[in-house]
Design a protein around this ligand. Structure first.
Ligand SMILES: Cc1ncc(C[n+]2csc(CCOP(=O)(O)OP(=O)(O)O)c2C)c(N)n1
Length: 377
């Protein structure tokens, strides 16, 4: 079994880690692989879809950064370097639930989120699916994707609780919860892992170890050999996977999700990757890391690497790639145009969706807010 075979080993320097066998990987940096994707269980069409989702996330992310810089959206936490999570959408079943992190645009796109709804959300306009309740992160009710938390790791206990509810109700539904390396220092992480282990909750913990929690490097986050090894203490498997390799990510996710579906309990999947951009539009990453380090990881970044693999395996050609980029760019520009024409989300709706019943004092508060807003226009 892949999980057993590649159980995590050591935690050394980044480059040594990347080259070591302690990380489960399928693809080399140049896109070569000893395996055929067919053997992994992914057909050409699915491989193309995963690549399209990854590319869409990359191009959309670049646009979101630009839109923030020109004042069209309030804030953004860039996703660049996290695109391989798109492959997890192909390991999840339709009925499964996602508690995402704040860098999972690629996963959401691969699951079916549209560019238009994502742009509407970030622009906080009247079409925004979450009505501007959370302007920093995005979820998708239609696709069973919860909103990511702003206080880090606080999605973990509810995710385990949700998984337990699925188990108690005997539903064939499992939960995939995502969080960063920074979350592993929080009590939420340990309580969730412990509870899930004891009660065999149908959940997969995906830790996106992008090497930093803002300016805190992962070596200052833990004294453990790895993050994956922490699962051992809670009585279930942990695996460290090359998070820049969508094929390895897919396989590890598929096996862990199957374990959850068959009642065997949780798995911790550490996705070893790198946050190529700043932490957010309010961060200057050059204050705590070197350009040399960033360049080293750029050589291994997931979109480029997957493209090499697809070219080498004859799944796409350079022309297909160029065409795909053109189509995605056009779709993003269209989504921005459509959304720019939308009015902002009405501030008076701030009291909606909080109480099951509309109460008299809410009416009074809303009227007073309207009066206040009108007096300012
Ligand atoms: C409980 C809590 N403490 C501090 C913060 C401020 N903060 C926002 S993101 C972040 C770092 C998160 O790092 P990590 O979990 O590794 O995820 P990443 O952003 O690297 O994807 C911090 C400290 C917060 N949001 N919540």
């Amino acid at each position: 079994m892949y999980l057993e075979k590649y159980k995590i080993l050591a935690y050394n320097m980044l480059i040594a880690e990347l080259e070591s066998q302690s990380i489960f990987k399928i693809m080399n940096e140049d896109g070569t692989t000893a395996r055929d994707a067919g053997e992994i269980g992914l057909g050409h069409e699915q491989l193309r879809e995963i690549y399209r989702a990854m590319l869409t996330a990359r191009l959309l992310d670049e646009w979101l950064m630009r839109l923030q810089r020109i004042g069209k959206i309030p804030f953004h936490a860039p996703n660049i370097g996290h695109e391989a999570v798109a492959a997890i959408a192909y390991a999840l079943r339709e009925q499964d639930w996602i508690f995402p992190s704040h860098r999972d645009l690629a996963l959401q796109i691969a699951r079916g989120a549209t560019i238009e709804e994502i742009v509407a959300h970030y622009m906080v306009n009247a079409k925004s699916p979450f009505k501007g309740r959370d302007i920093l992160t995005i979820g998708n009710k239609r696709l069973r994707i919860f909103l990511p938390p702003i206080p880090i790791s606080t999605n973990m206990p509810p995710a385990v609780g949700f998984a337990m509810a699925c188990k108690l109700k005997k539903r064939d539904e499992v939960v995939a919860v995502f969080f960063g390396d920074g979350a592993t220092s929080k009590g939420d992480f340990h309580e969730s892992m412990n509870f899930a282990g004891v009660f065999k909750a149908p959940i997969v913990f995906f830790c996106e170890n992008n090497q930093y929690a803002i300016s805190c490097p992962v070596v200052k986050q833990t004294a453990s050999e790895s993050l994956a090894i922490k699962a051992t203490a809670y009585g279930f498997p942990g695996i460290r996977v090359d998070g820049n390799d969508p094929l390895a990510v897919y396989l590890a996710a598929r096996e862990a999700l199957e374990r959850a579906h068959s009642g065997e309990g949780p798995t911790l999947v550490e996705l070893f990757m790198y946050r190529l951009g700043p932490h957010s539009t309010a961060d200057d990453a050059m204050r705590y890391r070197t350009l040399e380090e960033v360049r080293m990881w750029e050589e291994r970044e997931p979109v480029k690497r997957f493209k090499y693999f697809l070219l080498k395996s004859g799944v796409i050609s350079e022309e297909d790639d160029a065409k795909m980029r053109e189509q995605i760019e056009a779709a993003i520009r269209h989504a921005i145009e459509v959304n720019e024409g939308q009015p902002p989300h009405p501030p008076e709706s701030i009291m909606d969706d909080v109480y099951a019943e509309w109460l008299w004092h809410l009416e009074e508060e809303r009227e007073s807010l309207s009066t206040e807003l009108n007096s300012k226009t």
